[in-house]
Design a protein around this ligand. Structure first.
Ligand code: SF4
Length: 512
């Protein structure tokens, strides 16, 4: 063939740049399920099913559109187990003039690809991924010379350059950010729409059987499996969100409720990140919904900020700072990740709920990730690499470019404040305000120290005390540090002793 076009598992978009100017008569597409990618962290079973099934469906759509697709299944006898191995085999088989690929979402994979040209002895063209609003070099241009790389500044630039939710040169409604309206706790009596769910078809059923056999040791519940696995399904799921949930998406964005896994969230991140949905298209649809009076501005702006702001910003940070970024550990966290992150077996109701639904669905929403599991790991001084590998493994939407800056930078403050202006930490108070977890917990959120006290309370002060050198002068922590300094010595000591006793139990592997 003329071109061998490699399409990766998160490039399932018909307009992917590797297919530009391609010719179905002369070119061959290669897709491969490879063991190296499925196991370099122990991905959740549902995540593997989602990706393999979506890949198989996409290959079928390409064939229906007239393409020749060489699709290598995990179980194929000659499967070499790596991208490089599969490209090498395909080159031998098809003797192409060159290999074309869209840049991968991970530094490790890109590094490897850069050697292919020499190793294979033929041209390898690595194209920019045009599905994003901002490419790596544009981001570098924005970052160049700035002391601080704040998301809010980047986001405003992106609003201006795309015109999304802009009225002339002014933001819609006159303000850039409506976050203050997006912090309402939810009550159990609210009507909660469920995300649209899909029955597994024969292709998905094959993949379910494969994953059950080959990834038995991986965590996570395999069934019920209900994710969208095609573009049409993902679009139906997104339209369902527009009709049923967008209106309240902003208002309850930070709320958490027992047994309510999705609240008003869109639950489209896995689809977006795999390429089944287009970020540009979903943003345009939400802007349309706002101007058609189908949702309030705080919902539309909150949604746009996640996609146009955060998602693009963390990707920019990732490519700007890798590979060193993955090794940063500003607060020197060294504790192993507690076993309950993999089992949900803890008496802390908030963690039990967040981890429990993660094991069931390979999904938890942003505040559960940031203010429950992330908050606990940060307060307890867990090694950020272990935290990062956990998030990367357990969430269906997690790829390193998006997960690493969110975990290491935003959630664990391991980059020393490049990404977040303060660590996202809280005592039990915040969790109590935003959820109904505490009233159903074995621990008492109002008890500060000692037996039965909510562990987040003592850990919070212990964290601030432990990191006074690094964080004591952070202006955004001025108030808590002033409170800590004013506390009588014996009260301080009670907090520190309580935290120490809790961490000793944790380290001993006892149930906490
Ligand atoms: Fe979590 Fe503490 Fe509330 Fe229990 S009391 S749910 S541990 S915040």
């Amino acid at each position: 063939c003329r071109n061998l076009i490699l399409i990766l598992g998160d490039q399932l978009s018909a307009d992917i740049s590797s297919l530009r100017q391609a010719d179905p008569e002369a070119d061959v597409i290669l897709m491969a399920e490879v063991m190296a990618e499925a196991t370099y962290v122990p991905h959740h079973k549902k995540k593997i099913v989602f990706l393999f099934s979506a890949m198989r469906h996409f290959a079928q759509e390409l064939r229906d559109a007239g393409w020749t697709v060489n699709y290598v299944q995990l179980d194929d006898t000659d499967n070499s187990g790596s991208f490089e191995g599969e490209v090498r085999r395909a080159v031998r088989r098809l003797t192409p003039e060159r290999v074309v690929v869209t840049e991968p979402g991970e530094w490790r994979v890109l590094e490897n690809m850069r050697h292919w040209q020499d190793d294979l002895g033929l041209p390898v063209e690595i194209r920019t991924d045009s599905r994003f609003f901002c490419d790596a070099s544009t981001f570098r241009g924005w970052a160049d010379g700035r002391k601080q790389l704040r998301m809010e500044n980047f986001y405003r630039e992106m609003r201006k350059s795309t015109g999304l939710l802009m009225e002339g040169d002014k933001p819609a409604g006159g303000k850039w950010n409506y976050d203050a309206e997006n912090r309402k706790p939810a009550k159990q009596d609210l009507f909660m729409p469920e995300p649209l769910q899909f029955e597994p078809d024969a292709i998905t059923q094959d993949v379910l059987n494969l994953v059950e056999q080959r990834f038995e040791s991986h965590i996570g519940q395999l069934e019920p499996f209900w994710f969208a696995v095609t573009r049409a399904q993902a679009e139906a799921a997104f339209h369902h969100f527009l009709d049923e949930a967008l209106e309240n998406f902003g208002t309850y964005q930070d709320a958490m409720l027992r047994g309510e896994k999705f609240l008003y969230h869109a639950v489209i991140s896995a689809y977006l990140n795999a390429g089944l949905l287009s970020p540009k298209n979903v943003c345009e649809k939400v802007v349309e919904a706002y101007y058609a009076d189908n949702c309030p501005l705080n919902a539309a702006e909150g949604f746009i900020r996640q996609i146009l702001g955060w998602r693009e910003y963390v990707r920019g940070i990732y490519w700007l700072k890798m590979p060193g970024y993955a090794r940063e550990n500003a607060l020197k966290g060294s504790r192993p990740l507690p076993a309950f992150y993999w089992t949900g077996e803890t008496s802390m109701k908030c963690v039990q709920e967040a981890v429990g639904q993660t094991l069931e669905e390979a999904y938890a929403h942003h505040i559960q990730r940031l203010m429950v599991t992330g908050n606990f790991a940060l307060l307890a001084g867990v090694d950020p690499v272990e935290v990062h590998e956990w998030y990367l493994a357990v969430y269906a939407d997690a790829y390193e470019w998006v997960e690493l800056p969110n975990t290491l930078g935003m959630s664990q403050f391991a980059d020393g404040g490049l990404l977040a202006s303060k660590p996202y930490i809280s005592s039990g108070n915040y969790i109590n305000k935003m959820s109904d977890y505490c009233e159903n917990c074995d621990y008492n959120v109002r008890k500060k120290t000692g037996e039965g006290a909510c562990p987040f309370n003592a850990l919070y002060w212990d964290f601030l005390d432990r990191h006074a050198d690094e964080l004591g002068t952070n202006p955004r922590l001025g108030q808590p540090y002033a409170t800590w300094r004013r506390m009588p010595d014996d009260t301080k000591q009670e907090y520190l002793d309580s935290a120490k006793a809790f961490l000793a139990k944790l380290d001993a592997g006892e149930r906490v």
